[in-house]
Design a protein around this ligand. Structure first.
Ligand code: TIU
Length: 224
């Protein structure tokens, strides 16, 4: 049954049957000390505020039987899928693949690569491993969404202006309606979080819609 999500720049009608919740990269490597995020010089505590809102929308999505997709950024242990330009960029305290307190940084299968326990996937919820920032690049996300005839994406996670934004831009070009759940996103750079959300909804919703976790929960729990 169609519902309406309170959002900016306009309310977004959606059908839960063709809507997916996509949770981007809520991994220990980004949210906890000793991971990739901290190796880049960031204050990882800035991402913690996004966790309770993300938990709320995840619980509501499960109650409403939405397709829930989790993503993880990371690379093969032999780094064959890691572009040299990504490996060499900047002057991080530790590079991708280097050992850290949560195992090798941003490497699939290591403790730091895991999704944080508060948002752990349930069996049956697809987990998409991605080598890049966007969740469509070099993954089977498009196939997963097409198989369920998904038209609308509710997107949250970290970081707002990096992997969330890249994914929403990719999805927008592929024809999906995207609603970014602002308080369930986080960035190491608060000004970029705000600007990233503003960019989504500017110009009549050039990339999509911006909403809030309470609005998503209300729309999903509220019934038709
Ligand atoms: N550095 C940063 O803000 N983000 C990333 O490197 N990846 C994601 O956003 N997941």
């Amino acid at each position: 049954m169609p519902r309406v999500l309170a959002a900016e720049p306009s309310p977004l009608p959606f059908d839960p049957a063709s809507t997916a919740l996509v949770i981007i990269d809520m991994q220990r490597d980004f949210l906890e000390l000793g991971g990739f995020g901290e190796s880049l010089g960031n204050d990882v505590s800035l991402l913690a505020a996004a966790v309770p809102p993300a938990q709320a929308v995840l619980a509501a999505a499960r109650r409403a039987d939405l397709l829930v997709v989790h993503t993880r950024e990371g690379h093969r242990p032999d780094l064959t899928d890691a572009p040299p330009a990504k490996l060499a960029r900047g002057a991080p305290a530790a590079r991708i693949g280097d050992p850290g307190p949560m195992g090798r940084i941003l490497i699939r299968g290591e403790p730091g690569h895991a999704i944080i326990p508060d948002l752990a996937p349930l069996p049956g919820e697809p987990v998409v491993d991605k080598p890049g920032k966007g969740a469509f690049y070099a993954t089977d996300l498009a196939n997963i969404l097409a198989a369920r005839q998904i038209a609308t994406l509710l997107v949250c996670g970290v970081t707002t202006e990096v992997c969330v934004h890249t994914t929403v831009r990719e999805a927008n070009d592929r024809g999906y309606r995207c609603a970014v759940i602002g308080d369930a996103c986080g960035s190491y750079i608060p000004a970029f979080h705000e600007a990233g959300l503003a960019m989504i909804k500017a110009q009549g919703g050039i990339f999509g819609w911006v909403t809030a976790s309470a609005a998503v929960v209300a729309a999903l729990d509220g019934g038709p």
